[in-house]
Design a binder for this molecule. Structure first.
Ligand SMILES: Nc1ncnc2c1ncn2[C@@H]1O[C@H](COP(=O)(O)OP(=O)(O)OP(=O)(O)O)[C@@H](O)[C@H]1O
Ligand SMILES: [Mg+2]
Length: 249
């Protein structure tokens, strides 16, 4: 069933919607030119939903995901969470909220090479700890990190550094890192894009299982139609706009 429900959701979104991107546009300046990469995007995501975002390269998928996760700010429009426009917060408040609300998983893992898997996973739990709470905080973060690595099936790899792990294992570490602060939402940008088919399927199965077990909301940018097939709702973007949506029957 194809539907264009951006407008339809507008009335209800503050009730059953977890987060909504409202009339968001994004411009980049290149020299004297202005490049508009998002053009008035409306997208509301329900708590617990698995939403995929597809579209050609350059359509604005990553830009939209970054704005939804308040990694980047829109030129116009709002990101509403619990009736607040979290995109309008100052840097510190935005960083604090981002770290608790969202977990990010990227195509190329972005793990720090000199840290072990356990230390990489612990990092978001250490953000913002003052000197006074550092020692105890670090111990707790490393303990939590162990249990999240266990959740993604990597308890035997805690002491490995990223170069000592396979691609699929590195992505599991990145997923564990995304989960350590118990976020409401996982925002994934082509999480299987750098993996062979078998490892990609394992990662997708893992994300789907974690979403069920932890009751997490999942938003996933993907070029892979098979990955998108698993989503509750598929959104298609082109030229900075959502051009179509379909819901799984
Ligand atoms: N920092 C930037 N400065 C200028 N232009 C940018 C910047 N970041 C992205 N763009 C441009 O914005 C457009 C959208 O980029 P975006 O990364 O969101 O696309 P995408 O849909 O994720 O593509 P892909 O599938 O290739 O990852 C592209 O044309 C890109 O060149
Ligand atoms: Mg992208």
């Amino acid at each position: 069933m194809i539907e264009n429900n951006a407008k339809k959701n507008r009335g209800a979104r503050h009730n059953d919607m977890l987060i909504s991107v409202e009339n968001v546009s994004k411009d980049y300046r290149i020299g004297r030119h202005r490049l508009r990469v998002l053009r008035g995007v409306d997208l509301a995501v329900k708590g617990g939903e698995f939403l995929s975002i597809e579209g050609p390269s350059g359509a604005g998928k990553s830009t939209l995901l970054h704005i939804m996760g308040i990694l980047d700010t829109p030129t116009e429009g709002a990101v509403i969470y619990e009736q607040e426009n979290i995109a309008s917060f100052g840097d510190r408040k935005r960083a604090y909220r981002r770290n608790r609300l969202f977990g990010f998983v990227f195509q190329f893992y972005h793990l720090l090479p000199d840290l072990t898997a356990q230390e990489n996973v612990a990092l978001p739990a250490l953000a913002g700890l003052g000197i006074q709470r550092w020692r105890r905080g670090r111990k707790e973060a490393l303990q939590k990190s162990r249990s999240v690595l266990d959740l993604v099936g990597l308890s035997e790899r805690c002491r490995h550094r990223p170069t000592q792990l396979s691609g699929g294992e590195r992505q599991r570490v990145a997923i564990a890192r995304a989960l350590i602060n118990k976020p409401r939402m996982l925002l994934c940008d082509e999480p299987t894009g750098n993996l062979d088919t078998a490892s990609g399927t394992e990662i997708l199965d893992l994300l789907c299982r974690l979403r069920e077990e932890l009751n997490t909301t999942l938003v996933m940018v993907t070029h892979d139609a098979k990955v998108a097939e698993r989503a509750d709702r598929k959104v298609f973007m082109k030229d900075g706009r959502i051009v179509n949506q379909s819901r799984r029957q």
